[in-house]
Design a protein around this ligand. Structure first.
Ligand code: HEC
Length: 144
């Protein structure tokens, strides 16, 4: 009887390990909305030397990184638009794992680990770029 229970527990644990590997990994941090609004969003509007701003190509773009269009005359997104940007960007990252987060890899130079192809260029030439580090902090659950 006891042996049967042990076998059952073992089988259940094995099943869980196969079905939910994330359960056995480090708990993923929660993405913080305020940090996103205050620190991450401005990066998408900034001009980087030799590059076009993310916003220029990604406002209502037809790929997965689709930013809200700013209201006429506005220099940043309002609350509702920021929430939508947050939802959109959240899907492009794996909380706690910058190295597999598409939002971070796509604009990063391939020689330092970024994705090979991005029409928007290698906006971040190094992982020491202060703005790239802000994206990392967000993915790691940092709060403002
Ligand atoms: C010159 C236009 C342009 C600029 C500027 C640009 N991108 Fe892109 N980006 C694209 C295009 C086009 C694609 C889809 C095809 C590709 O990857 O090139 C894309 C794809 C992406 C993707 C993947 C979306 C998907 O469908 O999986 C991400 C993430 C991304 N860009 C982030 C950024 C970030 C962050 C910036 C600014 C730091 C930026 N891009 C700047 C044109 C641009």
């Amino acid at each position: 009887m006891a042996a049967h229970r042990t076998r059952f527990a073992l089988a259940a644990a094995l099943l869980a390990a196969t079905a939910f590997p994330a359960m056995f990994a480090r708990a993923a941090p929660a993405l913080d909305y305020e940090f996103f609004k205050l620190r991450v969003q401005p990066i998408f509007l900034q001009k980087r030397e030799g590059h076009t701003r993310c916003y220029v190509c990604h406002a209502e773009s037809n790929n997965a990184f689709r930013l809200e269009r700013l209201s006429p005359g506005a220099s940043t997104w309002n609350e509702e638009q920021s929430r939508r940007n947050f939802e959109m960007a959240s899907i492009l990252v794996n909380p706690g794992d910058p190295a597999t987060s598409r939002l971070l890899q796509q604009p990063l130079a391939p020689e330092v680990g970024g994705n090979v192809f991005h029409s928007g260029g290698r906006q971040f030439g190094s992982k020491d770029d202060p703005n790239w580090k802000i994206l990392v902090d967000w993915v790691n659950g940092e709060k403002p």
